[in-house]
Ligand binder design. Structure first.
Ligand SMILES: Cc1cc2nc3c(=O)[nH]c(=O)nc-3n(C[C@H](O)[C@H](O)[C@H](O)COP(=O)(O)OP(=O)(O)OC[C@H]3O[C@@H](n4cnc5c(N)ncnc54)[C@H](O)[C@@H]3O)c2cc1C
Length: 337
């Protein structure tokens, strides 16, 4: 049997490694557009306070995964899935070919969600969703710190990632203003009392937090970028951090059933029985996306067992919690997940 996996995040890699532990003979091919290896996405939001992050963040090199019997094709993008002849079309810089699968696992993850009003300004802001994003941000920051000054950032969005990034930049000595649309921070994950505590911790670390903000757009003014929210304020750079969007485009093109994510049944199977979806991109029958490390690893291990014939009942989400990586903040109450 040949299993093809698209994506080298925790979903794709955990599945590949677990399946290899069950089967020494089946062919496993993992295809990814990444070049840097398998890295920890949660560590992205500590990407400014750790100097050696570009090495430290790599959990496994692709060569190490190859050595464990997983065929990795990196630096290429899957452009199409042809479910009738069970092939995927690979499009890299120097090659274009198709590969045949018996089973296909979509572990394509998520990109940063950009609210529609911000889309016309996409050249004016950064996001922090991948190692490529982090490298671009670090390069920009270095350009400013090399002039012996600390950058002045605007973070748009006071959810989990926005708060973490604001915290890490302030911790690293930068000037940070956080714009949040709601009347309290991380309102989806924290009870009001913890939001208030988080606000205090961020303010004490030097972050200027602006709540109830209606950011309408951005503008370029010489070397600076501006946030327009009734008044216009200048910054060195902006980071838009307004949530995530499952990468469903390939599945949609292939005619698979899509909701917020790729719809799967309790066996992680899409509307095509040879194609599975895992991780940030998968939407379970309860309409939930389990976009956190612990349940994703659980899904991946479960699916490996299922395809290997070791699991028979459907995947059951584990009990899990999450934690904001904000310097100096500990929530008093459990997080809402
Ligand atoms: C800044 C940040 C901090 C976070 N902190 C935490 C935390 O503290 N705790 C926690 O539990 N979760 C955290 N998360 C969420 C967690 O990291 C994600 O839920 C998880 O990494 C998703 O894994 P995944 O494998 O589904 O997708 P991804 O990690 O997104 O991997 C998808 C892979 O597929 C590749 N790909 C996509 N489309 C194609 C294609 N067409 N062809 C080839 N390759 C393709 C991508 O390049 C990528 O390598 C954080 C996320 C971010 C961004």
């Amino acid at each position: 049997m040949h299993i093809i996996i698209i994506g080298s995040g925790i979903a794709g890699v955990s599945f590949a490694e677990k399946y290899r532990s069950f089967s020494a003979v089946d062919q496993i091919t993992l295809i990814t557009r990444e070049n840097d290896g398998y890295y920890s996405r949660p560590l992205l939001s500590r990407g400014f306070s750790k100097n050696d992050i570009e090495q430290f963040i790599i959990l496994k090199t692709f060569d190490k995964l190859r050595a464990s019997g997983i065929n990795i094709i990196s630096g290429v993008e899957i452009k199409a899935i042809n479910s009738s002849d069970k092939t995927v079309a690979i499009n890299g810089s120097s090659r274009e070919k198709s590969l045949q699968y018996d089973k296909l696992v979509l572990a394509t993850g998520s990109s940063a969600f950009i609210p529609p009003p911000f889309r016309p300004y996409k050249d004016l802001f950064f996001c922090l969703n991948s190692l490529v994003d982090l490298k671009a941000l670090r390069k920009f920051r270095l350009g400013i710190t090399n002039q012996n000054r600390q950058p002045d950032w605007a973070i748009i969005g006071g959810g989990l990632i926005g708060c973490e990034v604001a915290s890490d930049l302030a911790f690293s000595g930068d000037k940070v203003t956080l714009f949040h649309a709601m009347d309290r921070l991380m309102e989806r994950q924290l009870v009001a009392e913890d939001s208030a505590l988080l606000l205090e911790v961020l303010q004490n670390s030097g972050v200027k937090v602006l709540l109830n903000q209606d950011v309408k757009g951005f503008a370029k003014r010489k070397e600076k970028v501006c946030v327009k929210n009734g008044v216009t304020t200048e910054f060195d750079a902006l980071i838009v951090s307004c949530g995530f969007k499952p990468r469903t485009e390939l599945a949609e093109l292939a005619g698979l059933e899509i909701g917020r994510g790729i719809k799967v049944n309790q066996y992680m199977q899409t509307s095509d029985e040879s194609i599975y979806a895992l991780g940030d991109v998968a939407e379970l029958p309860n309409a939930k996306l389990y976009a956190f490390i612990l349940p994703i690893r659980s899904q991946a291990h479960w699916l490996a067992g299922f395809i290997a014939g070791k699991e028979h009942d459907g995947w059951i989400p584990p009990v899990f919690t999450t934690k904001a990586k904000v310097h100096g903040f500990e929530a008093v109450h459990p997080y809402i997940v």
